[in-house]
Design a protein around this ligand. Structure first.
Ligand SMILES: Cc1cc2nc3c(=O)[nH]c(=O)nc-3n(C[C@H](O)[C@H](O)[C@H](O)COP(=O)(O)OP(=O)(O)OC[C@H]3O[C@@H](n4cnc5c(N)ncnc54)[C@H](O)[C@@H]3O)c2cc1C
Length: 440
């Protein structure tokens, strides 16, 4: 430990070993892993917002429990899940078997689309099948995400679902994105899987069923994982409402509106381009992303049952996905059973959003799809996640690697979904920060 680190102290100069930027899953994860190994170190977590959690936050309003968009959890590493659960005594965590569908031409097709084309109207099914069989081989490896889709699954599956749905979500042309832009989150299926799925075997999980066939969800909402990450951190270690406004690389000093903090190392979960700006480092103009406007909507009574979320490729509809909190977490005994929805709208990073007009349009579209009939909206909330899904391109991958290496040479480590300019889950954030704490 160096100097007299006084996390949360009043204005002036402070000196700590480690400054963590951001009190989301990544920042809090790192703080826990680091303190397990170096309990004597002075560490402070600086968070711009007035509360911790980042995108893993929960809003409780009028009896509804809502997240910053549906957040459901799929842990690959049992040790990570056990570690979190041990810090959530008394919290009920449900395991749910996913029921997700695609609304296509008035029908509900089981997810993933590519292994359920036999549920489409006959003409659409035949088109998908023929295009799948005669999919283009192309020369050399696929050039883009869009090219990969056509070459692997054919033009029918791509044009009917994968392209319109993902272009609504990403708010960009899929031919800009890297082949591996969705990584393991893209449900893989080859022609044999697709044909095999036409004769389902209940005892055999469908190939290409995706990474989240079952998921878990805490009764108190996604923020319960943030509470778990806060549990072992000393009071005052996390300073909210204290944005980092500059980082002086030469003086090894982080600047906030309250103080200057001298450090040995920084671990930042701020978006990578923003971190580069804070440090005064130039970067190529290759970072773009979408933003997602999330409406959480509470109604006076129950809506559809037996569905957790629904995908909408129809470009005429405002949203690309909606989900039912009330079907994932039934109400507590005695509480009313009411439809509780999250609705996600993708937009370009620089788009202006008229929230009131979009809410009205969403309600119209929900009526058009017969999800809302004579329901009354009794409560609502919205949040804009910006950035939400980053556009992973060849250029962004190269510039991310270059910038991270340049920052690391100054003992500044950029982590997390936006620090790594990537697509990942909260578990990935915990695995990454655990590895960093071991490595440093
Ligand atoms: C629409 C959507 C749905 C998702 N669904 C799931 C899901 O179902 N399951 C799942 O596991 N994951 C899901 N994710 C991913 C998950 O939200 C992220 O992996 C995780 O929340 C990222 O945590 P983080 O700490 O890396 O980043 P963030 O949550 O963005 O936290 C970064 C923190 O840094 C703070 N910060 C930024 N700049 C500064 C500054 N200058 N000074 C101080 N503080 C600063 C921010 O305020 C923020 O609190 C979803 C993401 C999105 C967008």
């Amino acid at each position: 430990m160096i100097g007299s680190g006084v996390p949360g102290a009043a204005s002036g100069d402070a000196r700590v070993d480690t400054v963590v930027i951001g009190a989301g899953v990544s920042g809090l994860g790192f703080a826990n892993w680091w303190r397990e190994r170096h309990p004597e170190d002075a560490l402070v977590v600086l968070e711009a917002e007035d509360e911790p959690g980042g995108y893993c936050r929960t809003v409780v309003r009028d009896g509804f429990v809502w997240d910053y968009s549906g957040h459901f959890f799929h842990f690959k590493d049992p040790a990570i899940e056990a570690w979190l659960r041990a810090r959530m005594p008394g919290q009920e965590v449900r395991t749910v078997v996913r029921r997700a569908v695609i609304r296509y031409a008035g029908r509900d097709i089981d997810f993933p689309f590519q292994t359920h084309i036999h549920q489409l109207p006959l003409d659409d099914f035949l088109e998908c099948l023929v295009e799948l069989y005669f999919r283009p081989a192309g020369d050399g490896p696929p050039r883009s995400f869009g090219d990969m889709l056509v070459r692997r699954l054919g033009k029918g599956i791509t044009d009917k679902f994968l392209r319109p749905y993902n272009e609504k979500l990403y708010a960009t042309d899929l031919d800009r994105l890297d082949v591996d832009a969705m990584g393991r989150f893209f449900p893989q299926a080859d022609i044999a899987d697709i044909i095999a799925a036409m004769r389902p075997r209940p005892d055999v999980p469908a190939a290409g069923a995706g990474y989240n066939v079952t998921f878990t969800y805490p009764a108190g909402g996604a923020v319960q994982y943030i509470h778990a990450l806060l549990r072992d951190l000393p009071a005052g270690m996390v300073s909210c409402g204290e944005p980092v406004t500059a980082i002086d690389l030469a003086a090894r000093c982080v600047v906030t509106p309250r103080r200057r903090i001298h450090y040995q190392r920084v671990v930042s979960s701020a978006p990578l381009p923003a971190l580069a700006r804070l440090c005064g480092l130039a970067h190529d103009a290759v970072f773009s992303s979408n933003k997602v406007l999330v409406f959480n909507l509470g109604f006076d009574r129950k809506g559809p049952r037996d569905v957790h979320w629904m995908y909408f490729p129809d470009r005429a509809l405002a949203f690309y996905r909606i989900g039912w909190y009330d079907n994932i977490l039934p109400p507590r005994p005695g509480a009313p059973d009411r439809m509780s929805l999250y609705v996600e709208i993708g937009a370009a990073g620089d788009a202006a959003l008229d929230v009131d007009a979009l809410r009205a349009r969403v309600l119209d579209d929900l009526r058009r799809e017969a999800i809302v009939t004579d329901h009354q909206l009794v409560s609502h909330h919205h949040v804009v996640l910006d950035p939400a899904y980053v556009h992973i391109t060849q250029a962004s991958l190269a510039e991310t690697a270059r910038l991270k290496a340049e920052l690391a040479a100054h003992d500044i480590h950029s982590v997390g979904r936006y620090g790594g300019w990537t697509y990942c889950s909260i578990e990935d954030n915990l695995i990454e920060t655990r590895a960093l704490a071991q490595q440093l």
